[in-house]
Design a protein around this ligand. Structure first.
Ligand SMILES: Nc1ncnc2c1ncn2[C@@H]1O[C@H](COP(=O)(O)OP(=O)(O)OP(=O)(O)O)[C@@H](O)[C@H]1O
Ligand SMILES: [Mg+2]
Length: 535
């Protein structure tokens, strides 16, 4: 029916005068009367043939079939709206009529106004129903495009609608699922049962718009295991209370395969990050050792000159001793004069003072080299996969010795250490996490700032908090910082792997890594590691 066309109405009425009256009234109201039939059988045939826009159906008809039975038959092949005309209000009849979902009732005798209202309301209701149904169909078709299955159920998960590519994902027909053969619980992989926690179930029933997302496995009809993502939420009634449950299920098996291979890739990256940090470590260590080696060798050079001067003075002292023993005072006098001259030439007094300083300085350099080498030994542990009782503060010291070269010009390091018990962990990996956090902290400081390293015990965990007074992290970036390859650093400076690798390591240790940040104020990363009481 288009806007321009008059709506076409079929009258089913066996009372001739009533049929005439109805026809005249409808004509007056601007409808087109397709015709009048008097029996149920004729009504069915006329609907098939003329496709009316509405049927006015007398409930009581002569012949075998009454109006209600005729409507039931019509609804088997058409969803044409039917309005009943009835003179009686018999309860049983009323119940039967209701089941056929009529679009209205006209009680005989009726006035033109009543007929007008009921027919107009029926058309309006029909039009709205059509709109709702086409919107619904569009939604379902959209979901089908995205490959989603829709399951609607009551709050106890009794299904009343199943739509979408059920067969494609699970190997069953929607009707089989709808009939509970098999039940959704039976399709769910045994290791995933129960799918919903008691808390989920409670919230689905009581919290408006509560939604949960699950990724789980299903076992298909041919015993294949497939991964699905399920969005489950409650649908509200007109009072805003949860009334039913909607589950939308997507097949994510292929996505999972890609994710698995990505995890493999991430492991490889972890390895390459280890290499990268060993590279970083080597550069740091080289610099840290180079410096003391430089001044130790220059001290050695000066000391060599001093020793030459001393040797000359000692040789003269030897000759003097001999002259005095031989009682050759003349010669002794000459030697003493030459000695004084030499002492002046080589600045013996200054030399004697300086030797001590040079030796102290050299010892300091050697001590520094020793510390770096010690740190290196702790860091590059003989067995990289070994979990063992570890002195976390020792690891922190080693790591700081390694990255000190990067930090010293920009940040003052403050230590707020508590005495920590030994922690069961892989010291090399944990060291790598601290290197990443310290390097990030110093890179966040643009000019000069502070890095505070605090250790603490909290419940069953030891914590290490690395705080900086750097740029901070914007709320927009906060959600991405643990994502591999996310970096805000210029090309060549950051690969965006440090935090994702660190996260991976800490999670493997059953720990946690937390971040708090305020733009332009600073950032604190806190690593929590479980305390192993047996360690
Ligand atoms: N302490 C911090 N202060 C401010 N921003 C930080 C801090 N730590 C990390 N970020 C932000 O998180 C991003 C990701 O850090 P991540 O360590 O993973 O990678 P990266 O430092 O950029 O590169 P890489 O560590 O691989 O050299 C950084 O680019 C930076 O934007
Ligand atoms: Mg980093």
């Amino acid at each position: 029916m288009t806007q321009q066309q008059k709506p076409r109405i079929l009258i089913v009425e066996d009372d001739e005068s009533m049929a005439l009256c109805l026809g005249g009234s409808l004509d007056q109201l601007g409808y087109e009367v397709l015709g009048t039939v008097t029996t149920g059988e004729e009504a069915i045939a006329a609907v098939k043939e003329h496709l009316p826009d509405l049927v006015l159906m007398d409930v009581v008809l002569s012949g075998k079939m009454d109006g209600i039975a005729a409507t039931e038959q019509i609804h088997l092949f058409s969803n044409v709206p039917v309005v009943y005309i009835t003179g009686r209000t018999d309860i049983e009849q009323w119940q039967r009529a209701k089941i056929t979902e009529p679009f209205g009732y006209i009680l005989k005798p009726f006035e033109l106004r009543e007929l007008d209202v009921v027919v107009a309301a029926a058309f309006y209701k029909y039009q709205k129903e059509q709109e709702i149904s086409s919107t619904k169909n569009r939604c379902y078709s959209c979901l089908e495009h995205f490959g989603g299955i829709v399951l609607h159920s009551d709050l106890d998960f009794n299904l009343f609608l199943v739509k979408g590519p059920v067969e494609h994902i699970m190997g069953y027909e929607p009707d089989q699922i709808m009939a509970g053969n098999p039940r959704m619980e039976d399709i769910t992989h045994p290791e995933e049962v129960p799918l919903y926690s008691p808390e989920d179930l409670q919230k689905l029933k009581t919290v408006p718009n509560y939604m949960a997302v699950k990724e789980h496995r299903v076992v298909t009809r041919d015993n294949q295991v497939r991964w699905v993502r399920e969005n489950v939420k409650n649908i509200l009634d007109q009072y805003g209370k949860p009334a039913s449950i909607e589950r939308v299920i997507y097949d994510i098996t292929d996505y999972k395969k890609v994710q698995d291979s990505c995890q493999g890739l991430q492991k490889q990256l972890l390895q390459s990050e280890k290499l990268a940090s060993i590279g970083q470590l080597t550069v740091g260590v080289a610099h840290e050792i180079n410096n003391p080696v430089g001044y130790i060798s220059s001290n050695m050079e000066v000391l060599r000159q001093y020793v030459t001067g001393y040797t000359d003075v000692l040789k003269m002292a030897e000759s003097l001793k001999k002259s005095v023993a031989e009682n050759n005072m003349e010669q002794a006098k000459v030697i003493v004069q030459e000695m004084s001259k030499l002492e002046e030439e080589i600045s013996l007094d200054y030399m004697m003072n300086d030797v001590d300083k040079l030796l102290q300085h050299t010892e300091m350099g050697i001590e520094k080299i020793r510390k770096v080498v010690m740190g290196l030994r702790t860091f590059s542990h003989r067995d990289t996969n070994m979990m063992e009782p570890t002195d976390i503060e020792g690891v922190l010291e080693s790591v700081m010795a390694i990255v000190y070269n990067e930090i010293k010009y920009k940040a003052v390091i403050k230590r707020e250490f508590t005495k920590l018990p030994l922690v069961h962990c892989n010291s090399q990996e944990i060291g790598q996490v601290f290197i990443n956090l310290l390097i990030n902290a110093v890179q966040a400081i643009s000019d000069k700032g502070e890095i505070t390293i605090k250790t603490f015990i909290e419940g069953n965990h030891v914590g290490v908090a690395v705080s900086d007074t750097g740029s901070g992290i914007s709320p927009a970036n906060m959600k991405s910082i643990f994502t591999p390859f996310f970096t805000t650093k210029e090309k060549g400076k950051g690969t965006g792997l440090g935090l994702s690798i660190s996260y991976e390591i800490i999670k493997r240790h059953n720990g946690d890594i937390l971040v708090e940040s305020q733009p332009h104020v600073g950032t604190t990363f806190t690593v929590l590691l479980p305390l192993d009481v047996n360690a």
